[in-house]
Design a protein around this ligand. Structure first.
Ligand code: FES
Length: 242
C-alpha cells in the first residue's frame, strides 16, 4: 500500500516537473542562441589588432603585422623623400645658425667711428725740425716732437739711472729724431705745455711737473715719465699711431 502510494507520488511529481524541465531547456537554448548571435555581431565589428596571434596554434613567436601602415610607394621614392626632408632641415638650421653667429659678431665688433679712431696716420714731412705737433688719438692728445741733433744729444747725456723713473732715451724712441708720447701728465692727467719747464721739454702747470726733452719726469709731483703709445713707421715719411 505504501509502495503504491510512493510510486503514485513519484509519478505525480515526475508529471509535474516534466513541463518545467522542457521550458527550462528551451529557455537555455534560446538564451544560448541569443548570446551566440550577439557574439557574432560583436565579432563582425571587432578591430583586428596587428598584435593578434597567428593562425598557427602551435606558434610561440608572435610578430605584429604592420602591413597596413607601410608605404605604398617604392623604396627609392621613400629614400628620396627622406633625404629631401633631412637635407632641407639641415640647410635651414645651418642658415639660422649662420645668421645668429653673424648678428652676434656684428654686435660685438667695434663700430665704424671707433675703428676710425683706432689708428691715426701722420705725414711726417709736414712737421719741421724742432717743432711739436699735437694730434688726438682715442680721445687723448699725442705729442709728436721732431727733435734736433742737439736735443737728441741732450737726451742721451743724462745719467738716466739717477732719474725718478729710470729709462734711457733709446728705449723711448724708435727713431731718435721722432719722439712720440701721450700728452697726459702722469700726476693727475693734465695736458703739459710744450717747450716749457726747467729742462727744455714739457711743463705741467697744474702742479708744476717738469719733463725733459725725452718726456722723462725730472721735477714736480708726477711719478712717471710721459707714456709712449704703440706706433710704427710704415715708410720714412709716415707715422701710424695705434
Ligand atoms: S697733473 Fe700735472 S702736475 Fe699734477
Amino acid at each position: 500500500m505504501s509502495q503504491q502510494l510512493s510510486s503514485a507520488l513519484l509519478r505525480t511529481c515526475a508529471r509535474q516537473q516534466l513541463p518545467t524541465t522542457v521550458v527550462a531547456r528551451s529557455a537555455i537554448a534560446a538564451s544560448t542562441a541569443n548570446a551566440q548571435q550577439q557574439r557574432g555581431v560583436a565579432n563582425a565589428s571587432k578591430f583586428e589588432s596587428p598584435f593578434a596571434s597567428s593562425d598557427d596554434p602551435t606558434a610561440t613567436l608572435k610578430i605584429p603585422n604592420f602591413k597596413k601602415y607601410m608605404s605604398k610607394s617604392s623604396p627609392t621614392t621613400n629614400k628620396v623623400f627622406s633625404y629631401f626632408v633631412a637635407g632641407t632641415m639641415g640647410l635651414g638650421s645651418a642658415v639660422g645658425a649662420k645668421a645668429t653667429v653673424q648678428d652676434f659678431l656684428v654686435n660685438m665688433s667695434a663700430s665704424a667711428d671707433v675703428l676710425a679712431q683706432a689708428k691715426v696716420e701722420i705725414a711726417l714731412g709736414s712737421i719741421p725740425e724742432g717743432k711739436n705737433v699735437i694730434i688726438k688719438w682715442r680721445g687723448k692728445p699725442v705729442f709728436i716732437r721732431h727733435r734736433t741733433a742737439d736735443e737728441i744729444k741732450e737726451a742721451n747725456e743724462i745719467d738716466w739711472k739717477t732719474l725718478r723713473d729710470p729709462q734711457p732715451d733709446e728705449d723711448r724712441v724708435q727713431k731718435p729724431e721722432w719722439l712720440v708720447m701721450l700728452g697726459v701728465c702722469t700726476h693727475l692727467g693734465c695736458v703739459p705745455i710744450g717747450e716749457a719747464g726747467d729742462f727744455g721739454g714739457w711743463f705741467c702747470p697744474c702742479h708744476g711737473s717738469h719733463y725733459d726733452i725725452s718726456g722723462r719726469i725730472r721735477k714736480g709731483p708726477a711719478p712717471l715719465n710721459l707714456e709712449v703709445p704703440a706706433y710704427q713707421f710704415p715708410d720714412d715719411d709716415t707715422l701710424v699711431i695705434g
